[in-house]
Structures are given as C-alpha cells and as structure tokens.
Design a protein around this ligand. Structure first.
Ligand code: SF4
Length: 63
C-alpha cells in the first residue's frame, strides 16, 4: 500500500488525521501531511477509510 496526499487540493477538513492519526497529520495551516506512506496493520484500513472520507479527494491510497 502506498499513501499520498495532494497538499495543493487539501482543504484542511482534518478528517484524515481524525480517522487515521498514525498515517496523517496537519501542519500549522491545517494542510495534510503524510506520516506513514506505507502503513501496516490497522493503519491500512484507517488509511482506506480516510481516502473515502476526504472531501477534496486529496488522499490517494494505492494497494
Ligand atoms: S481529509 Fe482531505 S481535505 Fe481534509 S485535511 Fe485530510 S487531505 Fe485535507
């Protein structure tokens, strides 16, 4: 699994960091940062869920 997030289109909603805090964080402007680009264990399911929830489509998860 490979996780990326497009900081150009992130709207700072924060759902990714709430849903998968081990995989995503937000910087001081609220823009997404990826903490774990290749999550393992529970982080995998959480990353997929974050991809489904992200309102801007910034989160990309490729199996
Ligand atoms: S859920 Fe999407 S729009 Fe919101 S902070 Fe995360 S990447 Fe950005």
């Amino acid at each position: 699994m490979r996780v990326t997030a497009d900081r150009e289109i992130c709207v700072g909603a924060g759902l990714c960091a709430l849903t998968a805090p081990e995989v995503f964080d937000q910087d001081e402007d609220g823009v997404v940062t990826v903490l774990a680009a290749e999550p393992a264990g529970e982080g995998r399911e959480a990353a997929l869920e974050a991809g489904r929830l992200c309102p801007s489509g910034a989160v990309r998860v490729v199996e």
